[in-house]
Design a protein around this ligand. Structure first.
Ligand code: AMP
Ligand code: MG
Length: 503
């Protein structure tokens, strides 16, 4: 092997495996995973490699230029001493139990230990597994670029997320019905290697609870605590309760970050909820441009809008309820589990208000802040306002020129000329209250500006930006992809040369 990884597998060593070895589609019982070898690709080519993730894994840029690197991270070569596998999980999709799902288009290569951190590496789009159901196990360039760029962007925004190591073309054509109208067309196949301490999901536990398989459920929960929540202590009923409590806390932390940066996941099914509170499975996600609690990027969810921006914190709670149900057989204490959910319900509101207050540069907690924030949200939704521009520009307001708030903010309005009459008056009143409230804070204009710019990003992966990168990449031009990748590493910095992306 041209490069060396410090491989230390746990998942496929410590957990029960599928006894059937053939790669056929089936229900897999009493097992956490099935062995599956990635599909050979015809002409793999790397498009981009993350230098930061290379370093995290103990690799160098030179390693990434080797033949073995290309072959391993596109599935053409199996790392020595490893046995790739697909994980078994189920999930609630759009509110309904969907039964077994599993890694249908992801194959785990190995786990790596470096600098006291453990990473699981998997290939997304590496071919079929026992969990592929009716699909092909492949991914196309479009969705792969979206996952690759967004997961790294989220990391640099300070949002807990799975990471990405590499993006490659498989060299194969993949058949897709892009518009869901029965017209199939070929698209370029691609493979993202993604990395996380674990890819376990809520659905990983639900599947065993749904089958009444308490034994495997306990094995997996104990494994999770031992490997990922060791600080909670040795598994016991109390520790299972503490486990749910911490998963709830991490889920809250994640979703409050989403609300802060305007990220809408789009498919918050329980199979897409990481047990570590990481943003996982970047599909039809999107970024709020116009501030709108009702917005969802998911066209298949346009009727019910279950996963719209404004409901994301409640959906995490709904998903936690499913996880609590799955853990119940091990705990048999509904009151204790319910208490955690009740606590989430209250705390998420506190956390949301604190986050929004901080976006406004309010750090003292005063009782009327909730009304100030609510009134702002109403105005934002009445006015067609770009979320990112609005909060970023807010930091530039100065006390002595406060009355002229409009000239500082106006670029954030889609149609500044429509901010007139009653609406303009309501905005002016709100800015007056905001100015009075800010006067209570001890920070100077300058210091407040610095603090506000730490929580209000300047650059996010706007939907059109990802699309530009995709369109160019489709024609073999990866320059925009590379440019965005670099830009989004410093989302809070001014980056004067990149001003065109702040519009
Ligand atoms: P997702 O929409 O990524 O949450 O996927 C839901 C389920 O469908 C998971 O079990 C995926 O592995 C599976 N799936 C999605 N796309 C494919 C595909 N192209 N081939 C096989 N399975 C897939
Ligand atoms: Mg998924």
């Amino acid at each position: 092997m041209d490069f060396k990884l410090n491989i230390k597998d746990h998942f496929n060593i410590e957990l029960p495996e599928d006894s059937i070895k053939e790669n056929t589609r089936r229900q897999v019982k009493e097992a956490c995973f099935s062995y599956a070898i990635p599909k050979k690709t015809s002409k793999p080519a790397l498009i981009h490699v993350s230098l930061e993730m290379l370093t995290e894994l103990g690799l160098t840029e030179e390693d990434a230029k080797t033949h073995d690197f290309l072959n391993v991270f596109t599935g053409n070569k199996v790392l020595e001493g490893t046995k790739p596998y697909a994980m078994c999980y189920g999930g609630h999709q759009f509110g309904n139990w969907a039964g077994q799902l599993g890694d249908g288009r992801a194959i785990n290569l190995a786990e790596v230990t470096h600098n006291n951190k453990n990473w699981a590496i998997q290939l997304k789009g590496a071919g079929e597994t026992p969990y592929s159901r009716t699909a092909d196990g492949l991914a196309v360039l479009r969705s792969s670029i979206r996952e690759y760029l967004c997961s790294e962007a989220m990391h640099y925004l300070g949002v807990p997320t799975t990471r990405a190591l590499s993006l490659a073309l498989s060299g194969d054509q993949v058949l897709r019905d892009v518009l869901y109208n029965g017209n199939h067309a070929y698209d370029k196949g691609a493979i993202v290697s993604r990395v996380a301490p674990s890819f376990l999901r809520f659905g990983s536990y639900e599947i065993f609870a749904s089958r009444g398989d308490k034994k495997t459920l306990k094995t997996l929960v104990d494994y999770t605590i031992k490997n990922h929540y060791a600080h909670l202590g040795n598994p016991s009923k109390e520790v299972y309760i503490a486990f749910l409590k911490e998963v709830a806390k991490r889920g809250m932390d994640m979703v409050i970050h989403w609300q802060r940066v305007g990220f809408v996941h789009g498919v918050m099914n329980t199979d897409n909820m990481s047990i570590l509170g990481l943003t996982i499975d970047y599909g039809p996600y999107g970024w709020l441009e116009g501030y709108d609690h009702g917005w969802t990027p998911n066209t298949t969810d346009r009727t019910h809008k279950r996963y719209r921006y404004g409901t994301q914190p409640q959906i995490v709670l709904w998903n936690l309820l499913q996880l609590a149900n799955a853990l119940y057989p091990l705990v048999e204490d509904a009151t204790a589990l319910e208490a955690i959910l009740m606590e989430y319900r209250e705390e998420v509101q506190v956390a949301y208000l604190k986050m929004m207050s901080n976006k406004l540069g309010l750090f003292e907690e005063l009782k009327d802040d909730a009304v100030l924030v609510e009134d702002l949200e109403k105005l934002l939704q009445r006015s067609e306002t770009d979320m990112t521009l609005f909060f970023r520009n807010l930091a530039d307001l100065k006390m002595e020129t406060w009355a002229d708030w409009f000239s500082v903010i106006k670029d954030a309005f889609y149609s500044p000329e429509e901010i007139a009459g009653d609406l303009k008056e309501d905005w002016t009143k709100w800015f007056q209250r905001y100015g009075e409230r800010l006067a209570v804070e001890t920070l100077s204009d300058k210091a407040r500006k610095v603090e506000m710019k730490k929580v209000n990003p300047k650059y996010v992966l706007r939907n059109y930006m990802a699309q530009l990168a995709i369109d160019a990449a489709d024609n073999g031009d990866y320059s925009i992809l590379g440019e965005l990748f670099e830009l989004l590493k410093q989302p809070y910095a001014e980056q004067p040369d990149a001003e065109k992306w702040f519009a």
